[in-house]
Design a protein around this ligand. Structure first.
Ligand SMILES: [Zn+2]
Ligand SMILES: [Zn+2]
Length: 293
């Protein structure tokens, strides 16, 4: 490995990241078209920095075919091979949030390269912020360096700004998520209040109801579901919508030994009322399709 390549890889990586940050904070601010170069450069820089870590493990590892060591006319590893080799040869496993972030930036890059794709400033700042945050961590743990010591001070200040933006957005996202969880929790509680009476139904009460279910169509609503739905407790087709429930979100298993009470939802595919995510028809169809693959 020539020392020139050795120097170049890391420095080039930092240079790309730096140019993305400089362009993002340029005056006048970048246009939509210029924003895309911020993401393209930041991602290219990130890949070079990841490759630098691989190169330190062994210089041949950055070539797609390791026998091409030092042959600059040959291809270096692509994204998937890079992450695989980092994990397998260097024991650097990028997973969870970090892996998701890299995949997301890569997808954005692909969209930019292959489609008409318009980037917005807030989305770009968030991506750049999360990416520099990741690089900060990666440089420290894997390359024993910090961004602060490898970029000029004004660039460093802007990187800090970007990271603060990304952190704030992440906090907002978490807050929204917590609010959504709370809402779901409240909805489940409400449902439980309505469903409790069926949970306490005696066997004879259920038997009387089951009797009616023999004449399949119970209410107008049940026209959607004239047959019993599959019960995921006892696996029989024995779940019917509770009587008089206009929401249709309570399902009763009429098997005397099961008597499960289900929270019904609408099928994610066809919106028929069902137990679980998909109705029995859509679930069967999906299974059939998967068997064909
Ligand atoms: Zn059942
Ligand atoms: Zn369906």
């Amino acid at each position: 490995m020539s020392t020139v390549t050795e120097m170049k890889m890391f420095e080039n990586g930092i240079d790309y990241v730096q140019s993305a940050v400089v362009a993002f904070y340029s005056n006048p601010p970048p246009s939509g078209n210029e924003l895309k170069y911020c993401v393209l450069h930041a991602f290219s820089g990130t890949l070079l920095i990841l490759k630098e870590r691989l190169r330190r493990e062994h210089p041949a590892l950055i070539w797609k075919d390791v026998t091409h060591l030092n042959d600059d006319s040959k291809n270096t590893v692509d994204y998937d091979a890079l992450l695989n080799r980092l994990a397998q040869c260097a024991n650097v496993r990028l997973k969870g949030k970090e892996r998701e972030l890299l995949d997301e930036v890569r997808q954005t890059r692909n969209k930019i390269e292959h489609y008409e794709f318009v980037l917005k400033a807030d989305k770009t700042s968030e991506l750049l912020g999360r990416l520099t945050e990741f690089l900060e961590r990666f440089l420290r743990d894997e390359l024993k360096k910090t961004l602060k010591e490898v970029v000029p001070v004004d660039v460093w200040r802007n990187i800090s700004k970007l990271e603060a933006i990304a952190k704030r957005i992440e906090q907002e996202r978490r807050k929204e998520e917590a609010a959504r969880c709370k809402e779901e929790e409240a909805a489940t509680q409400k449902w439980l209040t309505r469903a409790r009476k069926y949970m306490r139904w005696s066997k004879p009460a259920l038997a009387r109801y089951a009797d009616k279910c023999e004449r399949p169509r119970l209410t107008k609503r049940d026209l959607d579901n004239p047959d019993g739905m599959e019960c995921d407790e006892c696996n029989e087709y024995s779940v019917y919508i509770a009587p008089g429930k206009k929401d249709g979100d309570i399902g009763l298993c009429i098997k005397p030994d099961c008597r499960a009470v289900h929270q019904l939802d609408s099928c994610a595919k066809c919106s028929a009322i069902c137990v679980g995510e998909l109705c029995d028809n859509c679930a069967d169809y999906l299974q059939y399709q998967m068997a064909q693959d």
